[in-house]
Ligand binder design. Structure first.
Ligand code: SF4
Length: 375
């Protein structure tokens, strides 16, 4: 549904000399995150599906079927006459982010959210429905050589990766120019409403949140939970979604977000982390292990009083940050590592109680050592 993929598709559908294969050998696959902007579904339904119908091209719309790694995929539509883009399946990426109190993350240059929401369902459907040795076409533009190189090395199931935009020498600007030319409409970026990479075009992002304030409010709600549990998890890295919204004067988004918080049930959470040491360097953090536990649920005033009470019992005070998020720091992590971090926080949505296997053993071994040292 993105600018680049739609540019490839519209060229192939409208310019037979550009492809060198019959359209009955083409399958168009889409995997839904469940959290795309509504406008993207409308653009696809209005401008692309009629072309697919006219050429009887098989269109398969998928979603992840559930949260577990074995959940597989759900087929939302599979037709040569697709009528509507089904933008949401039984699972949404935001369900996962809520349950884990995180925002989308990049690890080692890979977008973990995209792998979960798109890569895994697509790979599973291809494995079940297409034999080995197929050509896998991706809309990476000529200026995305790193993504192309990484994708070229991925050859599972005798997959033959092909990147037509790079073969044609089309960069993002050329791809952006193509879809409007064929479809007579300005194509917008396809992404989740809270995608951190959308900040690469802040004006477009602000416009979209202005037109879909509930989408912006959802981004603020996800970020609020993530920040309550971890002050280092602003949606855009150095800038938070709250700061972005205020800086762009998106008052309707802020009002939506405030209403959501006012009407929500709140949770009092206990968050514990263990930071391991980076190999051979106890002065530097390694990986983080985390445990989240829900201590109470209720309205905001009651839980805020409970937070004050617990702070006083621990001989400290509630710390409220500049976004108004209250936390009680029972212990902050500091070198040398391994080190522990312990806090209490209030959140509206999620997350689920969760700890990595072996967490308690590791936590107690470190905190017992601290107690012994004190003694
Ligand atoms: S659009 Fe952004 S947030 Fe959504 S899956 Fe892709 S990278 Fe992640």
């Amino acid at each position: 549904m993105g600018v680049d993929s739609v540019a490839v598709l519209t060229r192939w559908l409208t310019d037979p000399g550009s492809r060198g294969f019959d359209l009955n050998r083409l399958v168009v696959l889409t995997s839904m995150t469940g959290d795309e902007h509504a406008a993207t579904g409308q653009l696809m339904t209005t401008h692309v599906l009629p072309l697919l119908r006219a050429h009887q091209v098989r269109d398969v719309q998928l979603s992840r079927a559930g949260q577990s790694t074995t959940a597989g995929y759900a087929v939302l539509d599979d037709s040569v006459t697709p009528m509507v883009m089904k933008m949401r399946g039984p699972w949404r990426l935001s369900d996962e982010l809520r349950a884990t109190a995180t925002v989308p993350q990049v690890a080692h240059g890979r977008r973990l959210c995209s792998i979960r929401a798109k890569g895994e369902p697509l790979d599973a459907w291809i494995r079940d429905n297409i034999g080995p040795g197929y050509t896998h076409v991706l809309g990476f533009s000529a200026d995305e050589q790193r993504r192309i190189d990484r994708d070229t090395n991925y050859t599972r199931n005798a997959r033959r990766p092909y990147h037509p935009l790079a073969a044609w020498g089309w960069d993002r600007a050329r791809a952006r120019w193509t879809s409007p030319r064929h479809l007579q409409v300005r194509w917008q970026r396809s992404c989740c409403t809270y995608c951190p990479f959308a900040l690469s075009n802040p004006t477009e992002l602000a416009d979209r949140w202005r037109h879909e304030p509930a989408a912006g409010a959802e981004a603020l709600a996800l970020e609020h939970t993530a920040l309550a549990c971890n002050p280092r998890s602003a949606l855009f890295g150095r800038t938070s979604a709250h700061q972005f919204t205020a800086a762009h004067g998106l008052t309707t988004v802020l009002r939506h977000a405030a209403n959501r918080r006012a009407n929500a049930a709140w949770n009092l959470l206990e968050i514990r982390r263990v930071y391991t040491a980076r190999t051979g360097t106890p002065e530097r953090k390694g990986t983080a292990w985390r445990s989240v536990r829900r201590l109470a649920t209720g309205d905001h005033a009651a839980l805020r009083a409970e937070l004050d009470h617990r702070a006083a019992a621990a001989g400290t005070a509630v710390a409220v940050d500049d976004l108004g998020i209250p936390r009680v720091w029972l212990q902050r992590a500091a070198p040398p590592y391994p080190a522990v971090e312990h806090l209490l926080a209030l959140t509206t949505i999620g997350p689920l109680d969760k700890a990595r296997p072996g967490f308690d053993r590791l936590w107690h071994s470190l905190t017992d050592q601290q107690q012994l040292a004190l003694f």
